[in-house]
Design a binder for this molecule. Structure first.
Ligand code: NAD
Length: 421
């Protein structure tokens, strides 16, 4: 593979547009419409000066991209990581647009990110970073305009700071400015578990769809955070066996199955999976290539590529992370007959319950967890069905079938709203 191809394969925005092109082709969309869909509607880059604990000032770079507001306010998380880039945020924002449309919630797509390493920052530094970033975004965010949420390395506390800063500026408490807040501060019951539960529901539907057993499958999970850790726990509760799971430092493996509540308790206490008793330590790369029935990549982008796709042994892949599989890897996996539940469907439980949180904040009336989960499950099952039907109708993969569902719904709104010139 040439260097040029390698960099295109590792660029999430290129990967997104390759899939989008396939979907707009199958939908026979007008080239003008395809061009609108490919471009982010609005991008903001901000410099964020922060006073560090040692008295020095550091200037961080942050982004917020609103890919589309055709169906409603931009919606999507904020990521803190050293390797955040504008193209990554662009891709993540576009995936939010298609994802919200696939589950048919009335949002567009957006995403934010700050280039920083939160593992090397104190809580006070992260708070000051968050508040200044929020202040810098004031002109483009709002409960009716753009509603952020947590993503990698951001959490309920970061959302509370974001909400407090926005509220201080508009002189009123505005809980609906972000989702994924603490439950005592306008958050929704079930939001924390929603993405992981949605991943487990997607896995159940996929196994049923291809006629595999609904219990006893051997499962490998990459990432043990909000999505991977909780997703693995729900999949285990359905009767499957989690034989390996990883975090950024490496993986743990036990053919007899790992007890997920104990794994999560160990991680909570030690901040790493290392040292978990009764499991072998293996490296993260090896994890993806383990013999298993179901693989759940739930860490980050570009994990299954043209380099390792041939070594993947799973029969089903349920993408908890956004963009874990490249377009070149898709082709290899498709040829091997692997059934992939794509990210824009598999991890959509999170944004579905974020939508419920936004609705509850705006009503000032909060639902029981049982209601949240029942409604989310109904939406996920319906979305799975519409994706499978779309893939069959267009004679394509579930991934491109999902793009067709989402892109078609966004294109409809753009068309009916019309160009304003
Ligand atoms: P998180 O920060 O809670 O957990 C991430 C996990 O992945 C951690 O275990 C971390 O150690 C591991 N990890 C990070 N980089 C890694 C790498 N390079 N190699 C191996 N492991 C790595 O994040 P999260 O909220 O669970 O998000 C994970 C993925 O799911 C991201 O792609 C995110 O965009 C996507 N996602 C999250 C949500 C949500 O509600 N949190 C919703 C939809 C999609």
């Amino acid at each position: 593979m040439t260097a040029i191809h390698a960099s295109a394969e590792s660029n999430p925005y290129v990967q997104m547009t390759q899939r989008l092109d396939q979907a707009t082709g199958l939908l026979e969309l007008d080239p003008g419409m395809a061009a609108i869909l490919a471009e982010p509607a609005h991008e903001l880059s901000v410099s964020i000066p922060v006073q560090m604990d040692n008295g020095t000032v550091r200037v961080f770079t942050g982004y917020r991209v609103q890919h589309s507001i055709a169906r409603g306010p931009a919606k999507g998380g904020i990521r803190y990581a050293p390797d955040v880039s504008l193209d990554e945020v662009r891709a993540l924002a576009a995936w939010m647009t298609w994802k919200c449309a696939v589950v048919n919630v009335p949002f567009g797509g957006g995403k934010g990110g700050i280039i920083c390493d939160p593992r090397r920052m104190s809580s006070g530094e992260i708070e000051r970073l968050t508040r200044r970033y929020t202040a810098n975004l004031l002109d483009i965010i709002g409960p009716e305009r753009d509603v952020p949420a947590p993503d990698m390395n951001t959490n309920e506390q970061v959302m509370a700071w974001f909400m407090d800063t926005y509220s201080a500026h508009v002189r009123a408490t505005q809980t609906a400015i972000v989702t994924g807040k603490p439950v005592g501060l306008g958050g929704s019951l079930g939001r924390r578990e929603a993405t992981g539960l949605g991943v487990a529901i997607s896995a159940r539907e996929a196994l049923r769809h291809i006629g595999m057993p609904n219990s006893g499958c051997r499962v490998v999970v990459q990432g043990c955070g909000n999505v991977g850790g909780l997703g693995a726990q729900f999949i285990q509760e359905m009767g499957h066996k989690i034989i390996a799971i990883s975090d950024i430092y490496g993986a743990i493996h036990n053919e007899n199955g790992l007890d997920m509540p104990s794994v999560l308790a160990h991680l909570d206490e030690n901040r790493t999976l290392e040292g978990f008793p009764g499991a072998d330590r293996i490296d993260g790369k090896e994890l993806l290539e383990l013999d298993c029935d179901l693989l759940v990549p739930a860490a980050t982008e570009n994990q299954i590529t043209s380099e390792n796709a041939n070594q993947i042994k799973a029969k089903v892949i349920v993408e908890g992370a956004n963009g874990p599989t490249t377009a070149a890897a898709d082709k290899v996996l498709e040829d091997k007959g692997v059934f992939i539940v794509p990210d824009i469907l598999a991890n959509a439980g999170g944004v579905t319950v974020s939508y419920f949180e936004w609705v509850q904040d705006r009503m000032g009336y909060f639902w029981e967890k049982k209601d949240v989960f029942e409604r989310m499950e109904r939406i996920m099952v319906e979305a799975f069905q519409s994706v499978v039907e779309s893939a069959e109708r267009h004679k394509t993969s579930p991934r491109i079938g999902a793009y067709c569902v989402g892109v078609d719904r966004v294109a409809y709104c753009l068309k009916i709203r019309g160009l304003y010139a």
